[in-house]
Design a protein around this ligand. Structure first.
Ligand code: NIG
Ligand code: FE
Length: 441
């Protein structure tokens, strides 16, 4: 607990707050003043549990940004330095409820066509994800479906789906392409991702995942598809500023290490930041590759080995874990989260929202699975879905904690304790969602 008032030093003292949230039973800022300056990097080890909780707190907002946080008395006194609080300030009484930063979901495939509950049933009947993929289902089934749809159809679906993520408190989201796998359809997916996020009002980081699979028409000449990705798709994506990052599905049955490195190196040369689907189903050294290439994050890591853990622990690459995927696929083991935290890896959590391996776009449920199955404590799960997730996306200067000067993206929970979110296992525990200081849900 802290009792220090934190306020934006750049503040103009003559202008009042736009919004003041009072009566906050527990304000989790996920911020520590001496810890989270720009160079600090993502939280590791014990620092993962430091959620900056303030009891009896208030939060002031101006121009969509956090103006001040502290106890109600401190913030009230500071705001009313020259007399009463001005009438132009909207006051919201949280009535003792808890407030946390809006969720940051750093790995989703939110643009897709049809859902794949047929495969869900096939897995329930005993087939595996890889068997279904090898039989032409999986990602390739979504690719065939998506290619037959136009921009407007995809945009409508994406808006509806992102809206449901926002309902559950996700205010920042990463969105990947990867169900097009042709130049035009990948560009369409990336445009749809950006437009949908803007329409719904979410902050988005867009990632080109043209290397999500080898498309059907290139199965017997994969080299030619990798040429297409490196020499046509990525350069166009960069020229049209359609993505912030590049991702590769680095997996023995998809892209091997050399192929992944070639694509990532080309993307880096073109100025994109990197992330990798690494060591998801079979260990292959994807985490080591991600760390060596300076990727923002290595994601999945269910099958990570000792060398992978050591490489991530010694790097700034965030280990983004996706337990809803393990849960959905019914896999025998989760990523070794505790061993990774002990070794010093910076952990984030994401939903992996997609039509196949994780139709779950709920960060609250992800927190819940992480706590009950991977033995994260709720404070670690909170940091992993806020500040560290923002680091995993390169947006920690803007999002992920309620530090003065950052965006006022926050949630008023349906209770007085942040632990109620994972505890209730995905039951709606988010009452109100604010994005840049405006109530959006
Ligand atoms: O992250 N691993 C690759 N991509 C997704 C699955 C996508 C799909 O099945 O459509 C994942 O699990
Ligand atoms: Fe994924």
């Amino acid at each position: 607990m802290t009792d220090r008032l934190l306020h934006d030093p750049a503040v103009d003292p003559d202008r009042p707050a736009d919004l003041l949230v009072t009566g906050i039973g527990q304000l989790c800022t996920v911020h520590r003043e001496d810890h989270d300056d720009a160079g600090a990097g993502p939280r590791r080890r014990a620092a993962l549990r430091e959620i900056g909780a303030i009891a009896g707190a208030a939060l002031a907002v101006r121009d969509g940004r956090v103006l001040a946080v502290g106890t109600e008395a401190e913030v009230g006194r500071w705001l009313a330095r020259d007399g009463d609080l001005p009438r132009s300030t909207t006051v919201v009484d949280a009535g003792g409820r808890a407030v946390v930063p809006g969720w940051v979901d750093p790995h989703t495939h939110s643009v897709f066509g049809r859902t794949r509950q047929d495969e869900y049933e096939r897995r329930a009947r005993g087939e595996t994800y890889l068997e279904i993929a090898a039989a032409g289902g999986g990602i390739r089934a979504s690719v065939r479906d998506l290619r037959a749809r136009d921009h407007d159809d995809l945009l409508e679906l994406a808006c509806e789906r992102l809206g449901r993520l926002l309902d559950q408190g996700t205010t920042t989201v990463e969105i990947k392409s990867g169900y097009g796998l042709t130049l035009e359809s990948e560009l369409t997916m990336l445009r749809v991702a950006r437009e949908a996020a803007d329409l719904v009002g979410m902050r988005a980081v867009i990632t080109c995942l043209a290397a999500h699979e080898i498309p059907d028409e290139y199965r017997d000449r994969r080299e030619a598809y990798i040429d297409l990705v490196c020499e046509e798709i990525l350069p166009r994506v960069v020229a049209e500023k359609l993505a912030d990052r590049c991702d590769v599905f680095c997996e023995p049955s998809v892209y091997d290490l050399d192929e992944s490195e070639r694509i990532l190196a080309r993307a880096r040369e073109l100025g994109l930041r990197l992330t990798v689907h690494a060591d998801e189903l079979e260990p292959m050294g994807g985490a080591v590759l991600a760390a060596r290439m300076g990727a923002d994050s290595a994601d999945h890591l269910i099958a990570i080995d000792e060398a992978g853990i050591a490489a991530l622990a010694g790097s700034t690459t965030v280990a983004t874990l996706l337990p809803a995927t393990v849960f959905t696929l019914g896999l025998p083991a989760y990523a070794p989260a505790r061993a990774m935290i002990d070794a010093g890896c910076a952990i984030a959590l994401a939903s992996d929202f997609n039509p196949g391996s994780s139709p779950i776009g709920s960060v609250p449920l992800v927190q819940s699975i992480a706590c009950s199955q991977m033995k994260l404590v709720p404070a670690e799960a909170l940091t992993a879905t806020t500040l560290n997730a923002a680091w995993a996306l390169g947006v920690a200067g803007e999002a992920g904690s309620l530090a003065p000067g950052k965006a006022a993206d926050f949630l008023i929970l349906a209770g007085d304790d942040y632990r109620l979110v994972p505890y209730h296992g995905g039951t709606a525990m988010v009452d109100e969602v604010y994005r840049a200081g405006c109530r959006v849900r």
